[in-house]
Design a protein around this ligand. Structure first.
Ligand code: 5GP
Length: 221
């Protein structure tokens, strides 16, 4: 009871009246913050579990609102491809693509497979949640010189997954036009490093701090 009170209070410190529609306030998406506050669980080890709506069970209407928010933010940019990473980024990226003229969505694979034939761009990244290194692979057929790419992912923590995707784009000679993230954990610094490096990072919710002891989640304002 106490936990939900703290989280509710934090989330509603700014009044919101989305009434079923997404609301962008100071660049953040209040609807997403509210869902995180209501259904997110803070796990030990700085892990935020949001699998009720984002990365296990998927709320497609919420994804649609996220796509609309990124389309608004990246309006005017010449984006002709979306690149994400399996698995959780795929659904979000596909829905978002509807707002970017149905551009192709390419997802980087995290393991070699017999389905991956031909030349590939590859790199290695360290996984925050799995705590081990894994390969990031894209076929050279689907990432090309001259592509204008929007990177999309569900979470941004230390920024390793995105650094891997950026490296693949550089190897291909593609331009990274922007980065759309659902949930950034601001306290882990990956997002701010990317911004300092000059990337246009649009995170729809930025968690400033969270506490596994009392379940509180504080958003950047
Ligand atoms: P990074 O590479 O930025 O450290 O971590 C980003 C990747 O790790 C994302 O692709 C996401 O799948 C996963 N991740 C990082 N932090 C969390 C978290 O708190 N919750 C969940 N569900 N995934 C996370």
């Amino acid at each position: 009871m106490l936990n939900s009170y703290i989280r509710f209070a934090v989330c509603h410190s700014t009044p919101s009246s989305h009434g079923g529609h997404y609301l962008l306030l100071r660049g953040f998406m209040k609807e997403l913050e509210e869902r995180i506050a209501q259904q997110g669980t803070v796990k030990p080890g700085n892990v935020l579990k949001v699998d009720a709506f984002l990365n296990h069970q998927c709320d497609v209407e919420l994804f649609d609102h996220m796509g609309a928010a990124w389309a608004e933010h990246f309006k005017g940019k010449n984006i002709d491809k979306i690149l994400t990473i399996e698995a959780s980024g795929i659904g979000i990226a596909c829905v978002a693509a509807r707002y970017f003229g149905n551009v192709p969505v390419v997802f980087a694979k995290k393991a070699q497979s017999i389905n991956l034939d031909g030349d590939q761009y590859t790199t290695t990244v360290y996984s925050f949640t799995k705590q081990k290194e894994f390969p990031v692979i894209v076929s050279k057929r689907y990432l090309n010189e001259g592509d204008h790419v929007l990177l999309i992912d569900d979470f941004l923590a230390n920024g390793k997954a995105l650094q891997g995707l950026i490296e693949l784009c550089h190897k291909a000679g593609a331009t990274v036009e922007g980065i759309g993230i659902a949930v950034e954990k601001g306290f882990q610094g990956g997002g701010d490093h990317l911004r300092e490096a000059g990337y246009d990072v649009d995170s729809l919710a930025i968690v400033e701090s969270m506490d596994p002891e009392n379940g509180s989640i504080v958003f950047r304002s």
